[in-house]
Design a protein around this ligand. Structure first.
Ligand code: SAH
Length: 637
């Protein structure tokens, strides 16, 4: 599993020894193939690396060969040279690969071409995080902190429809008011716009005052299942996105050809002004799961084929039941019932009926075998056609430079970032314009986990962020626990955990080397753990002379626990045992207090602090807390 999965295959290209060195480690991180000229072979020290391949002949010729097969290119080469090399190969922004340029010093990554639809802007930022470089994005929408209008629906699997995309993008770049009429599909993108965004958002049934604002729109974006025809050169440009909300219920005779079904669907869509791009998939009865014409059609159009047993279909109330059909297959309706069930998931039958937009119609085509029945249902939530992922990301103690490049990359490339409000604020600089963010109050951890899982199951790549390490008193455990409760198969959604520097490491680094020998972490929070258990651990750790890091030491309501912990330690350790209280390590309000076990409670302690209690041989030297590497002077001989 790679963070760069969505860009594969990636070709990296360097033509100088230092360029080769710059890209080598990046290729490991990105799973790219590094192409080098024979003259650079020395730069890889004669190693036969599987990721490195040597090209012969000119770079231009070589590029022409690999261009059609790559989704992304990363060049370590002067931008001018790259521009000349790729110029003859460029066709259109809707199909060209992402092109990213890295300078030899590794200071900058430049999104050169296909920034939006090709994903180069996002890849540029991900590569920048890997290299510790500054991403250079020159698109107007990223400067305005807006999502690109031509990639708006990508996370939700929407299809781009007809319209003058260039003119609408230009209107947005000029910050002219642009009307958005969203009839279907997820509106989460609207919640993440900057305050001064140029959109006039028209939600169905919306009566809020902004409608009264006297802004005259200069362009329009439709988000709907309807196919609209726009005049090509209108000075009021329009575009349309089609969320995939239409489920086509199909019943057919055995042996009905793909052409019959396809023509029937096209005709129904045309007569009802539905965009075929808004079709989520085909639904039918399970005995049609091997119907060749249907399978061919679904494969060609990349539509899923959902099949349901007759027992499920017959439980649905439909407008046009048929006794003939019932006698044949055991349900009075196939097309209508399947469309309804697919559109609704398997929810309560009572509310299903409303979801049918077109009741059944029968088609034949002269000269083609078979007959087909079509009905169309509309789902509340669009089908994304994507396989979601859950990235459980540890963001470290606070400062961005204490976060791993992998964690930074995960946050910057996820479709949606979910976390506690304070931590979302800390990682704000990593977020992309238009990225989806859900910040939630600290108390709602389980809710946060559930929400993240629901979005990932729906198809989004979700980064769930936790301070420190996500797997240490963090969100990662909650997410895995809940996946298990939901009978997760261990694969889908895919899960990846990104480690982070945990509070005990962060705190230790600020005071010296207190954790140099065996240590343990104990959380004093008894919200989820019985206090007797915590006490037992405190006793054991104190008796065994572990250096101990206390997490969650004291809250406004939990004030006694720290006193009990101190009393337990005093049974086994000297009163002058060194203790460090580190509050908000690596954050602006960081505070460090060095004290002793005896005086511990005379100092301010709260939920933002971690307490480190030394072992028998820990001592202070100047302002440093040092636990010797060996033990009590008995070094191993
Ligand atoms: N997942 C986190 C721990 C969360 S539990 C991690 O791995 O660090 C919350 C506790 O962590 C706090 O009560 C405090 O004891 C500790 N903590 C988290 N961030 C801290 C920081 N920047 N400085 C000091 N302690 C911190």
């Amino acid at each position: 599993m790679s963070l760069f999965e969505d860009y594969q295959p990636i070709a990296a290209i360097a033509v100088t020894p230092s360029g080769v060195k710059r890209l080598l480690s990046l290729c490991d991180a990105t799973d790219a193939i590094l192409w080098i000229p024979a003259s650079c072979q020395e730069a890889i020290d004669g190693k036969t690396l599987t990721r490195v391949q040597v090209y012969t002949g000119s770079l231009t010729d070589h590029l022409a060969k690999i261009w059609p097969d790559c989704r992304a290119f990363i060049f370590c080469l002067a931008t001018g040279a790259v521009v000349r090399a790729i110029a003859p190969l460029l066709q259109h922004k809707s199909i060209d690969p992402a092109v990213v340029v890295v300078d030899e010093a590794g200071k900058f990554t430049i999104s050169l071409c296909s920034g939006h639809q090709g994903g180069a802007d996002c890849l540029t930022q991900a590569v920048a995080h890997q290299l510790g470089a500054t991403p250079v994005l020159t698109g107007a929408s990223s400067a305005l902190q807006l999502p690109g209008i031509d990639v708006l629906g990508v996370p939700f699997g929407w299809n781009r429809g007809e319209g003058n995309w260039t003119a609408v993008s230009a209107a947005i770049a000029r910050q002219e008011p642009v009307e958005v009429i969203q009839e279907v599909g997820c509106t989460l993108w609207q919640e993440n716009l900057p305050e001064d965004h140029p959109f006039i958002l028209e939600l169905p049934n919306d009566t809020t005052p902004h409608k009264l604002e006297a802004k005259t729109p200069k362009a329009r974006v439709w988000i709907s299942a309807t196919q609209r025809q726009f005049a090509p050169d209108s000075d009021f440009p329009k575009v349309q996105w089609h969320p995939r909300v239409l489920w086509v219920g199909v019943g057919c005779e055995r042996g009905t050809s793909r052409r019959v079904v396809e023509t029937a669907i096209a005709q129904v869509c045309q007569s009802h002004h539905f965009a075929q791009a808004a079709i989520a998939g085909i639904a039918t009865i399970d005995i049609k799961a091997d119907e060749v014409g249907l399978l061919e059609l679904c494969e060609a159009r990349q539509w899923p084929l959902k099949t349901f047993p007759s027992e499920v279909l017959k439980s649905v109330a439909v407008p046009t039941p048929s006794t003939v059909v019932e006698q044949e297959v055991g349900t009075p309706s196939v097309a209508e019932a399947a469309a309804i069930v697919a559109a609704h998931g398997l929810t309560s039958p009572g509310e299903m009926r409303n979801s049918l937009l077109v009741s059944k119609q029968i088609f034949r085509l002269e000269g083609e075998p078979g007959a087909v029945t079509i009905a169309i249902g509309q789902s509340e939530r669009e089908y994304t056609g994507r396989e979601g992922k859950l990235w459980l990301v540890g963001t470290g103690p606070g400062a961005l430079n204490q976060m791993t490049p992998a964690a930074q990359t995960a946050i910057a490339t996820a479709d949606l970032v979910i976390g506690y409000t304070l931590y979302i604020d800390l990682i704000k600089p990593l977020l992309r314009p238009g990225q989806l963010v859900q910040s939630l109050p600290i108390t709602q951890e389980r809710h946060r986990a559930q929400l993240a899982i629901a979005f990932a199951e729906w198809g989004l790549t979700v980064a769930v962020i936790s301070s420190g390490d996500a797997g240490i008193y963090g969100m990662a455990g909650l997410v895995l626990e809940q996946l298990r409760e939901g009978n997760w198969d261990g694969q889908t959604p895919g899960v990846q955990v990104f480690p982070g520097i945990t509070a005990l490491q962060a705190a230790a680094s600020r005071v010296g080397t207190p954790l140099m020998h065996d240590f343990c972490a104990i959380s004093l929070s008894d919200l989820l753990t019985p206090w007797t258990m915590i006490e037992k651990r405190l006793e054991a750790a104190a008796a065994a002379d572990f250096v101990v890091a206390l997490y969650n030491p004291r809250s406004r309501t939990r004030t006694e626990q720290i006193a009990t912990a101190q009393a337990i330690f005093l049974k086994y350790r000297k009163p002058d045992t060194p203790v460090a209280i580190v509050r908000s390590a690596y954050r602006e309000d960081e505070q460090i207090t060095l004290t002793t076990l005896e005086q511990l409670l005379e100092n301010p302690i709260d939920m933002l602090s971690t307490i480190l209690i030394g072992n028998q041989s820990t001592s202070f030297y100047e302002n440093w807390m040092i636990t010797p590497r060996g033990y009590l002077g008995f070094e191993t001989r």
